[in-house]
Design a protein around this ligand. Structure first.
Ligand code: COA
Ligand code: AMP
Length: 632
């Protein structure tokens, strides 16, 4: 069957399609049906089945005789080490960790926050939670204490599992002090913390609260897999919305397993036993789905890579990893390839490595620019597949299903809707638009298995953020169009979310930080185009009347505040003091016009602008930062 037929089948017979896909999962009790629609527009999949994620990701492969197969390869150019863990070893390690968590009282439904760098123990911690039905929430290591504290208060974990440190090029990231800082800030106090001590930095443990990763496992009985309902949350992953309060995307267990397993064969064209590498971080959805869950559930070998595409030690690192571990499919963000291309424009280093194992490169996380795609196609000689998805969906909304049929690649498009996604382009009034017309991208409900059923403890926010604007649809927050062949083009966000080096960030959250500065009267943060990271945040601040602090000092404070409160990952380094912000007559800040000015693009004078002269002041301000239109 080709793509068109498979897609049609998922549309016309979703029950049959997804129940068949569910057969590839081991159930303690199979579900009676696929879709549970009693509570529409809130939907659930396989809700009455009983299943365990860890069993499917680990134990079943050992049972099937594949215990000697490598499950995880940890490749860390930052520490100069490589380490392989077989499925049998993984089973023993995860069962022991899960047993220790259980012995300390962690049970089904309890939340566990994981704050760790790219070490296999991060994946093991995720799986150990799944083994006993605990709900994990992984927090990316590049977030600061305040962000961690917000998540602690929202999901109220019984336990936090952290590493002593992370390693970034040229510096050790002191995770433990960041964790301690978060615990001071948070109102909720977890019962205990488990600290994985790395050789690079041993952290001080606080007696009565912190336990050592190894020591607390001593003498405990390994835990068996606890069956959970299909609609039991497997994890919560926080993602940026329009405000400083992140959204806790919930992932239900069964739909997640079924969809991810389906995607490995049909989208990525993988077979069990082959090596899959998602060069991302476990703190992002790509890391959840394609470093941890999908490759393991499908019986592949996954790579946990602790390094950067460049500088660790050079722009040949990705090729070295592909060669050393015989990677068949590489998945990363376009920004990684832009970084490599910038350091090695001719791709000279590619020639030093045998890349014959590589069959495809998948890109996601941000718009894949044509230059980068062409460069990768040219240098690697394999299909370069752009695919589009979100934290909310957990797997691709649109892509080119290599395992079914390689559709023609159209550069600039993440190709076509995946089975189960009825993607539509809508105008403001919610009416479908014609091919070629730009509109809001929405997906007709229900979304397929694996996607978010709700937000953690925030159903009203879920409905408001995603379901209310276009009744009967899920609003993606992306704008774009579809062409005559059904290929999608993702052009921009419709909200204040920006994408910096494939990382999703909220300009609204940064504005909240700047606004708290005592000298700042008002502010705006926008995303400007950047040739490496795709976008960079740029802040404009207006000072209170009578402020005596110098503009330079306020700017330096603002940069430090965002780094301290959101984290280095925000990459907030561009800020400028302005007299006024451009606004409509009703007082709305004209951020879209500011973006155009900062990008040096043409713009129309907004009809509702209060005072057009302010735009000249903005142009001068961005020029100070080295942006905008070059002087004629
Ligand atoms: N823990 C602590 N700090 C972190 C971190 C982590 N896990 N990850 C990033 N940071 C820090 C970086 O050290 C940097 O700090 P600095 O301002 O002191 O230099 C800052 O956060 C910004 O990081 P980043 O935006 O990643 O920039 P970079 O210059 O370190 O690297 C790229 C740029 C393009 C090489 C890198 O972003 C990359 O490889 N991205 C593609 C892959 C990816 O992760 N995609 C995500 C979703 S698929
Ligand atoms: P995240 O939730 O961090 O995965 O970010 C999701 C957002 O990243 C999407 O809503 C898009 O704005 C953007 N995005 C992800 N993949 C793509 C892609 N292939 N093309 C364009 N934008 C993308």
């Amino acid at each position: 069957m080709g793509y068109a037929e498979i897609y049609r089948r998922a549309q016309t017979d979703p029950e049959g399609f997804w129940m068949e896909a569910a057969e590839a999962i081991d159930w303690v009790q199979p579900p009676s049906k696929a879709l549970f629609a009693d509570n529409a527009p809130l939907y659930e999949w396989f809700a009455d089945g009983m299943v365990n994620t860890c069993w499917n990701a680990v134990d079943r492969h050992v049972e099937a005789g594949h215990g000697d197969r490598v499950a995880i390869i940890h490749d860390s150019p930052l520490t100069g080490t490589t380490h392989k863990i077989t499925y049998a070893e993984l089973q023993a390690r995860v069962a022991s960790l899960a047993g220790a968590l259980r012995a300390k009282g962690v049970e089904k439904g309890d939340r566990v926050i994981i704050y760790m760098p790219m070490v296999p123990e991060a994946v093991e911690a995720m799986l150990a939670c799944g083994r006993i039905g605990a709900i994990h929430s992984v927090v990316f290591g590049g977030f600061a204490s305040n962000e961690l504290a917000v998540r602690i208060d929202d999901c109220q974990p019984k336990c936090i599992i952290a590493a002593s440190c992370g390693i970034e090029p040229g510096r050790v990231v002191h995770y433990k002090p960041l964790l301690d800082g978060a615990l001071d800030l948070a109102a909720h106090k977890p019962e205990f913390c488990v600290i994985f001590q790395r050789e690079q930095e041993v952290a001080k443990l606080e007696e009565g609260r912190d336990v050592d990763w190894h020591a607390f496992q001593y003498g405990v009985d390994p835990a068996e897999c606890v069956p959970v309902e299909g609609n039991h949350p497997s994890y919560i992953l926080y993602t940026s919305g329009t405000t400083g309060q992140p959204k806790g995307v919930v992932r239900h267990t069964a739909g997640h397993l079924v969809a991810l397993n389906w995607s490995m064969r049909n989208l990525y064209d993988m077979q069990p036993g082959e090596v899959f590498w998602a060069a991302s971080d476990v703190g992002w959805v790509v890391g959840h789905s394609y470093i941890c869950y999908a490759p393991l559930v499908y019986g592949c070998t996954t790579i946990v890579f602790e390094g950067k595409p460049v500088g660790t030690p050079d722009a040949g690192t990705f090729w070295r990893v592909i060669r050393d571990h015989k990677v068949k499919c590489l998945f990363t963000a376009p920004t990684a390839f832009r970084a490599i291309k910038r350091d090695d424009p001719q791709g000279a280093l590619v020639k030093d490595y045998d890349l014959s194992s590589l069959e495809s490169l998948f890109l996601a996380g941000e718009r894949a620019d044509p230059d980068t795609i062409k460069w990768a196609q040219d240098k690697l000689g394999v299909p370069v597949i752009d695919h589009w998805w979100q934290t909310e969906t957990g797997w691709a909304i649109a892509g080119n299903p290599l395992g079914i049929e390689k559709l023609p690649v159209k550069i600039g498009s993440p190709a076509v809707a995946m089975p189960g996604y009825d993607v539509q382009i809508l105008d403001e009034g919610g009416h479908p638009m014609k091919p070629g017309e730009l509109g809001a991208i929405a997906v007709k409900l229900p979304l397929p298995p694996g996607t978010l059923p709700t937000l953690w403890n925030a159903e009203a926010r879920y409905r408001k953020s995603y379901l209310e604007h276009f009744p009967g649809y899920y609003e993606t927050g992306d704008a774009g169009y579809v062409d005559e062949d059904g290929y999608l083009y993702i052009m921009a966000r419709t909200d204040d979310v920006i994408n910096v080096a494939g990382h999703r960030l909220s300009t609204g959250a940064m504005e909240e930080v700047l606004a708290a500065h005592p000298d700042v009267a008002e502010c705006a943060v926008i995303g400007v185009t950047d040739s490496l990271k795709g976008q960079l945040p740029m802040g404009f601040v207006c000072l209170n009347k009578g402020t005596i602090t110098s503009a330079e000092d306020v700017v330096a404070d603002c940069v430090k505040l965002v780094r301290d409160q959101i984290g280095p990952v925000a990459a907030f380094k561009l800020a400028v003091v302005v007299e006024r912000l451009p606004k409509t007559r009703s007082g709305k800040i004209l951020r879209a016009t500011m973006v155009k000015i900062a990008d040096g693009a043409d713009y129309k004078m907004p009809a509702t602008i209060d005072d057009p002269a302010i735009l000249d002041e903005i142009a001068e301000a961005v020029a100070e930062l080295g942006y905008g239109r070059a002087p004629a």
